[in-house]
Write a protein that binds this ligand. Sequence first.
Ligand SMILES: [Zn+2]
Length: 69
Amino acid sequence: MDVIDLEQRRREAEGPAPEYATCPCGEAWFELLATPDKPGAVCMNPDGSITGYAGTPHCIGCGERYVAR
Ligand SMILES: [Zn+2]
């Protein structure tokens, strides 16, 4: 009888963690929502890459607030 290590299989299926932020649900896109004192806004380099933000990032997939790890 073969013994299947489910934890090992799950780790292999997930692969290496991406270098960008992801939600626990797997989504990589976030919506910036305003806080009472700040709008949802970004700060950018001239090429449009984002260097900072105000507001709180929420997953567009499940709506959960992103928590930095
Ligand atoms: Zn999510």
